[in-house]
Design a protein around this ligand. Structure first.
Ligand SMILES: CC(C)(COP(=O)(O)OP(=O)(O)OC[C@H]1O[C@@H](n2cnc3c(N)ncnc32)[C@H](O)[C@@H]1OP(=O)(O)O)[C@@H](O)C(=O)NCCC(=O)NCCS
Length: 327
């Protein structure tokens, strides 16, 4: 029988501090009503000054390792999906590896924005199936509030901080990843980006004055691409696995906007009760979004052995992808 890769344990970590819509009302010209109606978000979490992408990752990873019943020494590979690293250099995965007390295994960051966790799962799956790795830690970690302009009402209402991790390893079929896809289309790179701080525009007084280190977004255009691509990629993985959408037990979409989730759900013909959403209290945490949902579903008993779960994401790049797995 072909070996299969699946999730052996999950863990998440949300910062304690909550930033509510009424907090934002005091910062920009907006209203709780507008944010709730247009996005479905009521609150999001915000890291404390002494918290970093790696410190929260270590917390979430310890929980995932514990659930998987292994130690950090057992890990063969650590993939940290993030576009909000501790520092430009070295990879945040290196800090996580050290702080977890893992062996000097391979550890790297993956930059695919909100699709990053699904890209990471797909990379991990290859190494597990070909026998190169027994246990892979995949982390989705973002402290996006550090990159959000709290003078820009279109973006500051959306993003929050959070981290989640999963230990992937061999599972016995029919459990495991059944199909996955990863895509990038750089034509839409200007829909969501941070102009400065990289080689194109190194940090300077001038870039700081221009507020060029913050997230810039073309929300309307992104909305349409998101719905189209998430629907398309979901259909493709279902078709690959020859499973109709009606058989899905749980649909976990990237939590970007409740209206995007609703549009994709409706187009796919998935029943409303089969969709998991936590956007109301977590907001958009980019690559942490799907693994936080997974961890909440596992710990609350919403996700049970044998369940068929479809995950779909899109993000800056633009990137998009989907993973279909039997729990
Ligand atoms: C950003 C987003 C919520 C905006 O919602 P929308 O319904 O498309 O709203 P529009 O952009 O059409 O703006 C409508 C009006 O609301 C205003 N508006 C924007 N943000 C606002 C806010 N926070 N509070 C109040 N009004 C706001 C706009 O200025 C505009 O005003 P105008 O008509 O006077 O010009 C929505 O486009 C979206 O979610 N896009 C996808 C973004 C995303 O997912 N990004 C992350 C990708 S991983």
């Amino acid at each position: 029988m072909e070996p299969a890769a699946g999730i052996l344990g999950s863990g998440s970590a949300l910062p304690e501090k909550v930033l509510s819509n009424s907090d934002l009302e005091k910062m920009v010209e907006t209203s709780d009503q507008w944010i709730t109606d247009r996005t479905g978000i009521k609150e999001r979490h915000m890291a404390a000054p002494d918290e970093t992408t790696s410190t929260l990752s270590v917390k979430a990873s310890r929980r995932a390792l514990e659930m998987a019943g292994i130690t950090s020494k057992d890990l063969d590979l650590i993939i940290c999906s993030t576009i909000s690293p501790d520092m430009p250099l070295p990879a945040t995965a290196a800090f996580i590896q050290h702080d977890l007390g893992a062996r000097a295994c391979c550890a790297f960051d993956l930059a695919a924005a909100c699709s990053g966790f699904l890209f990471g799962m797909t990379v991990a799956e290859q190494f597990i199936r070909n026998g190169r790795c027994k246990y892979v830690l995949v982390i989705g970690a973002e402290l996006l509030t550090r990159y959000v302009d709290y003078k820009d009402r279109e973006t500051c209402v959306l993003f929050g901080d959070g981290v989640a991790a999963a230990v992937l390893g061999r599972v016995t079929p029919p459990s495991g990843i059944l199909a996955s896809e990863m895509h990038t289309d750089g034509r839409f790179a200007d829909h969501l980006y941070i102009p400065a701080g990289g080689t194109a525009s190194p940090a300077s007084h001038e870039t700081v004055e221009r507020r060029a280190h913050y997230i810039k977004m073309r929300g309307n255009e992104l909305f349409k691409v998101a719905v189209r691509n998430m629907e398309d990629v979901s259909r493709r993985v279902l078709e690959k696995a020859q499973i109709p959408a009606s058989q899905i037990d749980l649909f976990i979409p990237h939590q970007a906007n409740q209206r995007i989730t609703e549009a994709v759900r409706e187009r796919l013909g998935v029943a409303p009760e089969k969709v998991y959403t936590n956007i109301l209290r977590v907001g958009n945490t980019s690559s942490a979004s799907i693994p936080i949902c997974i961890d909440e579903c596992v710990r609350s008993g919403r996700l049970k052995r044998g369940d068929l779960v479809l995950m779909a994401a899109f993000g800056a790049g633009v990137t998009w992808g989907a993973v279909l797995m039997r729990w």
